[in-house]
Design a protein around this ligand. Structure first.
Ligand code: PBG
Ligand code: ZN
Length: 325
């Protein structure tokens, strides 16, 4: 059967019927809000390239956490700006490091908020790479695994609910799983940044976290934007190593990857709506060139339609407010 018997517009006539046949729903409960924590007290420094996103000190976390829960956002992912960076990135696994302090503060003051931590070395190393370097400036995979495992354990010891390795070393999920289990953290899940691309869209994040590599780039460990089948292999390996949730990052230019990963594995799948994606929307909105609310909700709905169950996004608070109406 087709036109004129079939008329697709019949089910678009008003909002009641449109909402009844709607396939995809967006809910604040699917959102994870990234938080950047830095040393000091009373600090709320806005990130220049990310309007509305702040580097905040530990004492600001309680208010932040309560606000998120009130908006119906269940979870945060923490990033830390250490007091000092060094060659070994020792601030990453210091029991009194910035993220460890932030975890303890949130779990003490806002225990219902679900605390996820980003596990990587680049915010803590003086050279800004995601692991230990050899003389040639190349990240040494297997040495870095030990560092990442100790970072993850230190986060779990501080009370993190979930860890999320973002480094793209081979074997990191297995190394972290083994280390967590050995320390008794068998129930702490791992959300793996599985298909993480070497992307220009991380620029504003690297401003926020002061984590741009001092030389070179991350192409020896993050993925080539041209590759899709490789994303399936990467994700399959992370699942085999014990990942509980898999992630695609960035999101906007990689919607096809989200769909392929979801179809291939039927795993809980996260999409990271990264800093550069946020910055572009904010810049256009500030110029009055787009309707920010409609663009953001359309984009987030697109990620879910593509197959994402969870979305990490700097728009989370605004989106939650708009969804509430
Ligand atoms: C750390 C990390 C990065 C992001 C999340 N974790 C930066 C990078 O890999 O350079 C980027 C997030 C964003 O751009 O919003 N490895
Ligand atoms: Zn990193």
């Amino acid at each position: 059967m087709d036109f004129p018997t079939v008329r697709m517009r019949r089910l678009r006539r008003n909002e009641t019927i449109r909402s009844m046949v709607r396939e995809t729903t967006l809910d604040a409960a699917d959102l994870i809000y990234p938080l950047f924590v830095k040393w000091g007290t009373g600090v709320r420094d806005e990130v220049a390239s990310m309007p509305g996103v702040f580097n905040i000190s530990v004492d600001q976390l309680e208010a932040e956490g309560r606000e998120l829960l009130e908006l119906g956002i269940p979870a945060v992912i923490l990033f830390g700006l250490p007091e000092h960076k060094d060659e070994a990135g020792s601030g990453a696994f210091d029991p009194d490091g910035i993220v460890q302090q932030a975890i303890r503060e949130l779990k003490a003051k806002v225990p219902e908020l679900y605390v996820i931590t980003d596990v990587c070395m680049c915010e803590y190393t003086s050279h800004g790479h995601c692991g230990a370097l050899d003389e040639g400036g190349c990240v040494i995979n297997d040495v870095t695994l030990e560092m990442l495992a100790s970072v993850a354990v230190s986060h779990a010891e501080a009370g993190a609910d979930m860890v999320a390795p973002s480094d793209m070393m081979d074997g990191r999920v297995a190394a972290i799983r083994a280390a967590l289990d050995a320390e008794g953290f068998t129930d702490i899940p791992i959300m793996a940044y599985s298909a993480k691309y070497a992307s220009a869209y991380y620029g504003p994040f690297r401003d926020a976290a002061d984590s741009a590599p001092a030389f070179g780039d991350r192409k020896q460990y993050q993925m080539d934007a041209a590759n899709a089948e490789e994303a399936i292999r990467e994700t399959g390996l992370d699942i085999a190593e014990g990942a509980d949730i898999v992630m695609v990052k960035p999101a906007l230019a990689y919607m096809d990857i989200i769909r392929r990963v979801k179809d291939a594995f039927a795993m809980p799948t996260a999409a990271y709506n990264v800093s550069g994606e946020y910055a572009m929307v904010k810049a256009a909105a500030r110029n009055g060139w787009i309707d920010e609310q409609r663009v953001v909700l359309e984009t987030l709905t697109g990620f879910k339609r593509a197959g994402a169950d969870l979305i990490l996004t700097y728009h989370a608070k605004d989106a939650a407010r708009w969804l509430r109406g």
